[in-house]
Design a protein around this ligand. Structure first.
Ligand code: SF4
Length: 766
């Protein structure tokens, strides 16, 4: 039976806290998945959607970018609990149309939570908020395109528009979208990658010459040692647990490096296996390393030092042949880590010598190591340096370009990596722009554009007039929420291509549009024929995706259609780019992708193969490194301890188990024992005691940056096992605490995982 959307909003007084779980998934995961699926889609629709999810002839899950097994190795149910929730959110039978917008003013909707907004259902027709109006109202597609075109063509400089992309957009959408922005005359192409893995891309580009991970799923299965750091796969990439289980059964050891002991890395109850249903499941982590927040750089320098010193003593722990044949800078790096002060390591990591020594022993024993990481590593001021240090250790042991070894940044958005491959990048290199120009006879601008933070600053400072978002929830995903909301108000026009309502639609420019696209789970009959799209996962595998469901409304248009129609309205029917042909048949887009994007030659045929194809990756494929030096690069980094003043804590923002980025599926973070609400802050019990607080007390969280106080109100404290001096709380509720200019050196990625805060009695003086 389909559940109606909630009329009441979240009631935090219903929040309950129990003990954290000891294992992930299991039959509870299956039950919850089915409840979400049938409750929102109804049984017949859920049955169709779930049997086609992640299948060769089906559609790609929106829930994360974890790769699919080879075609012959897939189960009939090839999805996880959170994959089912992601599909249910999109394919819900609840709808938001003209009646809804007539009944609810923007002001009223602003008072609602992100959870309530999302649960109202799919937006089923385009709507506009006209200057000074209180309510969104319907608008015809043609008028909407003309309105955007009018605003764009009135700009005296194309750089006064910015085109944001969320990582769910398909390769076809991304390709035509970047082409439109560049044909219009700007490289202002910020994307969600600026907020999730920009640090990985920058560090990997500089050190191995390719800004992507170097492993395949087989490498994970065949590793001797897998290190999972700054990552919570049980919630954020749940099918990764199946890969870890395979590796474990093949004899791998697993080290989890994370301030929190997340159940997903401890024990996995695989619902596809009897041992996961009636047994205790599979123990995953052999060693949990509760590193202090921001201590990963110091930890990896300590690992490097121990390996180098062991090598100096004659132990065979480094790969001398690989270092000599494929790298530069080893001696400089080795000297740097030899001089590391153990006391600095202790202060930075919060770990004793024995724990660091235990990690070192794991690295020494292994001849095939895969190192995985996610936003617990990328969202720090020293994130790029930390990832370079991870690379240093991998290079020193020759753990790249070998079966069962490599570097594995794990992406969250399902096609964020593909979007970047297709040219969604404010800093696309000249060679890529040259290929675009040659294919389409346009002249792309060469000056770099605005990234996410620069876009917000430009809006804040009145340098942008048009903000266009292809998906996502920009306002809630970005740091410093109050600043972003105010900045949006400075735009003449904000446009969101969005399947569901979210807070970004309520922090709008003087005119605002919401343009509803088809979802990935839906049939796309653009141009009168069934279209397919393509996506790339975290391991550079590209495959086709075709939705099986009837669309939520006849008024929806595909994202490709929206971009091409907008391009025609803005650039004119006689523009040199064949927008109409590409709109009518996505094969035309793929032909051009094949000619423009390296490794995609014959793209249409490549994605015809069952399971698709894997893009070339020279370090992985042949141990060749396309850096300026022609070799992999060791890069020493200075080490600073992030000092936290007395009485303060270091906060990391994180997801609950019941959410995907800013989409709140429900109020049940059962892995951490929190249900019924979201305003909690997890703190070490001793820190709580010393602050004069007890379990269940309510506090405000306060950060001070550049003399400005930021505060979020009324959080229940929860004692939780983690290093002293650390704290954790959910985003987007805590995003207002993250200053806009608190970001990673080099990559400019928001440093949301290390924010200095104080706990202040609820409503009290700071
Ligand atoms: S692991 Fe990720 S891609 Fe796979 S089903 Fe789960 S959420 Fe979807």
């Amino acid at each position: 039976m389909v559940k109606p959307p909630p009329t009441d909003d979240v009631d935090e007084s219903a929040l309950r806290v129990g003990p954290p779980a000891e294992a992930a998934a299991g039959v509870t995961g299956v039950r919850v998945a089915l409840e979400h699926a049938t409750g929102q889609m109804g049984v017949p629709r859920a049955a169709v959607a779930l049997t086609k999810l992640n299948q060769v002839d089906g559609f790609d899950c929106q829930g994360c970018a974890w790769p699919d097994p080879a075609p012959g190795e897939r189960h009939h149910a090839e999805f996880c609990e959170n994959g089912a929730k992601a599909v249910a959110e999109e394919a819900t039978q609840a709808h938001v149309g003209a009646d809804f917008f007539a009944a609810h003013s923007v002001e009223e909707l602003r008072g609602r939570s992100e959870y309530w907004l999302g649960k109202q259902g799919r937006i089923v027709e385009p709507v506009v908020l006209r200057p000074g109006a209180s309510h969104y109202e319907p608008i015809e597609w043609g008028e909407a395109f003309a309105l955007v075109a009018e605003h764009l063509n009135a700009l005296d400089d194309p750089d006064r528009a910015s085109f944001y992309t969320s990582g769910k957009a398909s390769n076809e959408t991304a390709f035509v979208y970047q082409l439109f922005a560049r044909s219009f005359g700007t490289n202002n192409l910020p994307d969600c990658s600026n907020m999730c893995h920009e640090s990985s891309g920058d560090a990997l580009h500089e050190t191995i010459g390719v800004g992507k991970g170097s492993v395949t799923l087989d490498d994970v299965h065949e590793a001797e040692l897998i290190v999972v750091m700054g990552q919570n796969p049980g919630t954020n990439h749940p099918r990764m647990l199946s890969a870890l289980e395979v590796a474990k059964r093949n004899g791998a050891r697993i080290v989890s490096i994370n301030p929190l002991r997340e159940p997903g890395t401890m024990r996995f109850k695989n619902p596809q296996k009897p041992r996961g249903v009636i047994g205790k499941g599979t123990e995953l982590a052999d060693l949990h390393v509760p590193v202090r927040i921001n201590g990963d750089l110091a930890l990896f320098q300590a690992i490097g030092k121990a390996l180098v010193e062991a090598h100096d003593r004659g132990e065979e722990v480094l790969d001398d042949d690989f270092i000599a044949g494929h790298t530069v800078g080893f001696e400089r790096w080795a000297d740097h880590v030899r001089s590391l002060d153990p006391d600095v390591v202790r202060r930075a990591t919060g770990l004793d010598e024995a724990t660091v020594g235990a990690v070192v022993e794991e690295f020494k024993r292994s001849r095939r190591t895969v190192i995985c990481w996610a936003m617990g590593i990328t969202q720090h001021k020293n994130a790029v340096a930390t990832i370079k240090e991870i690379v240093n250790v991998a290079l020193a042991q020759g753990n790249i370009g070998e079966r069962g070894a490599g570097l594995c940044p794990v992406r969250g958005h399902s096609n964020v990596q593909g979007d970047r491959t297709m040219g969604i990048w404010e800093r696309s290199p000249d060679w890529f722009l040259d290929r675009v120009d040659a294919e389409f006879s346009i002249t792309s601008p060469r000056e770099h554009g605005l990234d996410t933070i620069a876009t917000i600053e430009a809006l804040r400072d009145g340098h942008l007039d048009v903000f266009f978002a292809m998906g996502g929830n920009f306002v809630s995903a970005a740091p410093d929420t109050a600043v972003v909301e105010e900045a949006m108000g400075n735009a003449a026009l904000t446009v969101h291509v969005a399947t569901k309502l979210n807070r970004s639609h309520l922090a709008h420019g003087r005119t605002a549009l919401i343009l509803p696209p088809l979802g990935r789970s839906e049939k796309d009959m653009t141009g009168g024929q069934l279209q397919r799209i393509t996506v790339e996962d975290s391991m550079s595998a590209v495959h086709a995706s075709r939705g099986p469901l009837e669309p939520a409304s006849e008024m929806l248009r595909s994202e490709v259609d929206i971009v091409c129609s907008l391009a025609l309205a803005t650039l004119g029917e006689d523009h040199v780019v064949p927008w109409d042909a590409m709109r009518r048949d996505y094969t035309e887009i793929r032909k051009r992708i094949g000619r423009v994007v390296p490794g995609c030659d014959g793209y249409e045929e490549l994605v015809d193969r069952p399971g698709g194809f894997t893009l070339p990756h020279p370090p992985r494929d042949s141990r060749t490194f396309p850096t300026p030096q022609g070799k992999a690069v060791f890069s020493p980094s200075p080490l600073e301890v992030l000092e936290v003043p007395e009485g303060h804590l270091l906060l990391q923002t994180l997801r609950s188990h019941d959410q995907f980025n800013t989409t709140i599926y429900g109020l049940d973070d059962r892995y951490r024992g929190v249900t019924g609400g979201r305003r909690v802050v997890f703190v070490h019990p001793t820190d709580l005691r010393e602050a004069g607080l007890a379990d269940g007390d309510h506090v405000d969280l306060v950060s001070v940056w550049g003399g400005v106080e930021r505060r979020v109100h009324d959080f229940r404290v929860v004692p939780y096992d983690q290093p002293r001096g650390c704290a954790a709380a959910y985003y987007p509720e805590t995003n207002p605490l993250v200053p806009l200019d608190h970001m990673a050196d080099g990559s400019r990625q928001p440093a949301s995982k290390s924010v200095v805060i104080r706990l202040v009695p609820r409503g009290g003086q700071s």
